[in-house]
Design a protein around this ligand. Structure first.
Ligand code: KIV
Length: 289
C-alpha cells in the first residue's frame, strides 16, 4: 500500500503534536507556528541543568526556557536582576546537552540588551553559538521592538515577554499584576502587537487579567505563552521549581504544585544521614571486598 504523501497529511495529524507527538528531531519555531494554526495548546517549563532538562525532555515537554528565574531558583540571588550572560550561557549549554527534542530558549538577562539592538545581537549571538539554543527571549514590548527586529533579521528566533517583566522589579516596586484598567490594557495590546510586528515567534504574557490575555491571544497570529494569564493563552509556562514544589517559601498564586519535591528530597537526605549516623549505611551490598 502506498503511503500518503506529506502534502496530503491531514492538518490535525496527532503525530505532529508538540506534546505527545512522535519524532525525535528538535522542535523548531516552524513547529510552534504550525501548532497555533492547529489551535493546539502546549506546555513550557524552565530548566537550568542537564539532568532536570533530560527528565522534562523524556516527559515530552516541547519547549524549555533557560530563564533568568535561575537567579532566584537556582543561583541564590534575590531577583533575576544580578544574573549575567556567563551564567545564562553556561546553564543554557547544559540544558541543550541534556535534551534531544525540546526547543531550548535562552533568556537574555538584565543589562544584556537594554543598550540597543547591537548589544542585543552580540549577546544573543553568543547564546546561539556558545550554548546552542534555538531561540532567545527578552523582556519588553514597544520598548524592545528594535532589538527583536535586528535579532530576527540576523536569523535568531525571538520569544518576547510583556506584562509583568521581572527584570523591572525595581521600577515596578515588586511584582504587581499588569494591564488593569483601560489605558494599561491598551498599552499591553500595543506591546504584544509591536513584538509580533517586529518578528517575534511567540510572546510570554505574565501576570495579566485572563480576559485581557484572551483578547491578546485572539488578536495575534503568534502564540501567547501565559504565566498567571488565565487559560485562554496558546501555551502555559511555569518555573519548574515552583511546579514541582521545590521552591521554599512564597510562590505566586498562579502556580500549581504538581509534586512536593522539597519534602521528598529533605526526607531522603534525613534518611541517608540517619543511616550513616546509626551505621546502617553502607550495608554489605554496597561494600567491595
Ligand atoms: O525567567 C523565567 O523563568 C521567565 C518565565 C517566568 C517566563 O521569564
Amino acid at each position: 500500500m502506498t503511503q500518503p504523501s506529506p502534502a496530503r497529511t491531514p492538518k490535525n495529524d496527532s503525530s505532529k503534536a508538540l506534546y505527545g507527538g512522535k519524532g525525535s528531531r528538535r522542535i523548531t519555531v516552524r513547529d510552534i507556528a504550525a501548532a497555533k494554526e492547529r489551535g493546539e495548546k502546549w506546555p513550557m517549563l524552565t530548566a537550568y541543568d542537564a539532568m532536570t532538562a533530560s527528565v522534562f525532555d523524556e516527559a515530552g515537554i516541547p519547549v524549555m526556557l533557560v530563564g533568568d528565574s535561575m537567579g532566584n531558583c537556582h543561583l541564590g540571588y534575590e531577583s533575576t536582576v544580578p544574573v549575567t550572560m556567563d551564567e545564562i550561557t553556561i546553564l543554557s549549554a547544559a540544558v541543550v546537552r541534556g535534551t534531544k527534542r525540546a526547543l531550548i530558549v535562552g533568556d537574555l538577562p538584565f543589562g544584556s540588551y537594554q543598550e540597543g539592538p547591537v548589544q542585543a545581537l552580540r549577546n544573543a549571538t553568543r547564546l546561539v553559538k556558545e550554548a546552542g539554543v534555538g531561540a532567545v527571549k527578552l523582556e519588553g514590548g514597544e520598548r524592545s521592538a528594535h532589538q527583536v527586529e535586528l535579532l530576527v533579521s540576523a536569523g535568531i528566533p525571538v520569544m518576547a515577554h510583556v506584562g509583568l517583566t521581572p527584570q523591572s522589579v525595581n521600577a515596578f516596586g515588586g511584582y504587581p499584576v499588569q494591564g488593569r484598567g483601560e489605558e494599561a490594557a491598551q498599552q499591553l495590546l500595543r506591546d504584544a502587537k509591536a513584538v509580533q510586528d517586529a518578528g517575534a515567534f511567540a510572546v510570554v504574557l505574565e501576570a495579566v487579567p485572563a480576559e485581557l490575555a484572551a483578547e491578546v491571544t485572539r488578536s495575534l497570529h503568534i502564540p501567547t505563552v501565559g504565566i498567571g494569564a488565565g487559560s485562554d493563552c496558546d501555551a502555559q509556562v511555569l518555573v519548574w521549581t515552583d511546579m514541582a514544589g521545590l521552591t521554599s517559601g512564597h510562590v505566586p498564586r498562579f502556580v500549581k504544585k504538581y509534586a512536593q519535591l522539597r519534602e521528598v528530597l529533605g526526607d531522603a537526605a534525613k534518611a541517608f544521614a540517619e543511616d550513616v549516623v546509626g551505621g546502617a549505611f553502607p550495608a554489605e551490598e554496597h561494600t567491595f571486598h
